[in-house]
Design a protein around this ligand. Structure first.
Ligand code: HSE
Length: 301
C-alpha cells in the first residue's frame, strides 16, 4: 500500500471549446487539493462555504470513485479522511465533478499501488463521468481530444497550449443534466457535417497552437450552443466586447453556466478587468492552461 499521508492536486477544466462537444477538454490554473490520511471511517471535510453542501461520508463522489475502483480490482480499501481545499467554482461548468472523479482515481491508485496507466485512468474516469472531455483534461492537463463511444476509448494529449483565458462565472450553479436536457435528440446529416467540420478545424488549429483560427471555429458550434445560449445573460454582448478587446473567441464553458473566452497569452488579466466592469453579473477570472493534470504529492507526514 502507498504512503499513508499524502495529497492529490487536480486542475479545473473547461470542456467542449465550442464544437468539440463531449470530446475536447482544457485544464485550467484553478485547483483542488486533497490531503489524505487514514481514519476510522470515511470523512470528507471541505474548506470554504461554497462546498459545504457536498456529502461528507460514503455518499461523497470522491469516496464513491475510490470505492468503485477498489471493487473493480477486487481490493479492500481502509477508510480515509479527505480534507479538500479548492478555488474551483462549484457547479459552474468548470469540471468540478470530473475533478472529484480524477482525485478519487489518483487517491485509490496511490493507496492500493494499482499503477494504472494514464489511458486506463481516463477510461475509468470517462465511464464514471459518462463522457470523456473534462475528466481527460483533469487527469492529463493541457488539451485533450477524446473519443469515448460505446466503450471504445482513444485519446490525443496536447500538453502545452500557448494561450490565455477568461472565465465569466455567474452567481448560480447549473446541473449538467439540466443543460444536457436542452439538447435535441437528433441533428440532420447536413448539420452534423457542418458541426464536425468546425470541430475538425478547431482541433487541428489547437494542435498547431493557432488560437486565432481555433477561436473562430469555437464560435461555429451547432451541437449545443444554439440550444443553451438562452441560459446566459448578455451572451452576444460578452462575445462582441471580448472580440473587440482582442479575444480570439468566446463560447460556453462545458455545459455552463460559465462562459469561456480564449485570449492571447498575457492579456487575460486586462480583459478580465474590462469584462468585470461591463458585466458585473459575472465574476471574471483570468486563468492560464494547466500544463499538468492530477497528481500525487507525497508528504510522508
Ligand atoms: N460535454 C459536457 C456537456 C460537459 O457539454 O454537457 C459537461 O460535463
Amino acid at each position: 500500500m502507498g504512503a499513508q499521508s499524502f495529497s492529490v492536486t487536480v486542475p479545473a477544466t473547461t470542456a467542449n471549446l465550442g464544437p468539440g462537444y463531449d470530446s475536447l477538454g482544457l485544464a485550467l490554473s484553478l485547483y483542488t487539493t486533497i490531503d489524505v490520511s487514514s481514519a476510522d471511517e470515511w470523512l470528507v471535510q471541505y474548506e470554504g462555504e461554497e462546498y459545504q453542501s457536498l456529502a461528507t461520508g460514503e455518499d461523497n463522489l470522491i469516496v464513491q470513485t475510490i470505492q468503485d475502483i477498489a471493487k473493480r480490482y477486487k481490493k479492500v480499501i481502509p477508510p480515509q479522511k479527505l480534507t479538500v481545499q479548492s478555488n474551483i467554482p462549484l457547479g459552474k461548468g468548470l469540471g468540478s465533478s470530473a475533478t472529484a472523479i480524477a482525485a478519487g482515481i489518483e487517491i485509490v491508485d496511490h493507496l492500493l499501488s494499482l499503477d494504472l496507466s494514464p489511458k486506463m485512468k481516463v477510461r475509468i474516469g470517462s465511464e464514471l463521468e459518462g463522457h470523456a472531455d473534462n475528466v481527460s483534461a483533469a487527469l492529463l492537463g493541457g488539451v485533450t481530444i477524446s473519443y469515448f463511444v460505446e466503450e471504445e476509448m482513444e485519446i490525443v494529449h496536447l500538453p502545452e497550449p500557448d494561450v490565455g483565458a477568461v472565465i465569466l462565472v455567474p452567481p448560480h450553479a447549473l446541473k449538467t443534466e439540466e443543460s444536457r436536457g436542452l439538447l435535441p435528440g437528433e441533428l440532420t446529416h447536413a448539420e452534423a457535417t457542418a458541426g464536425s467540420a468546425a470541430s475538425n478545424l478547431l482541433t487541428a488549429a489547437i494542435a498547431q497552437n493557432d488560437w486565432e483560427m481555433a477561436g473562430r471555429m469555437m464560435e461555429k458550434d451547432i451541437f449545443h450552443e444554439p440550444y443553451r445560449k438562452k441560459l446566459f445573460p448578455n451572451f452576444d454582448e460578452v462575445r462582441a466586447m471580448s472580440k473587440s478587446c482582442g479575444a480570439y473567441g468566446m463560447t460556453i464553458s462545458g455545459a455552463g453556466p460559465s462562459l469561456f473566452v480564449v485570449v492571447p497569452k498575457g492579456t487575460e488579466e486586462t480583459l478580465a478587468k474590462q469584462l468585470a466592469v461591463a458585466f458585473p453579473y459575472y465574476k471574471c477570472l483570468a486563468v492560464q492552461p494547466s500544463t499538468h493534470g492530477a497528481g500525487v504529492n507525497c508528504t510522508h507526514k
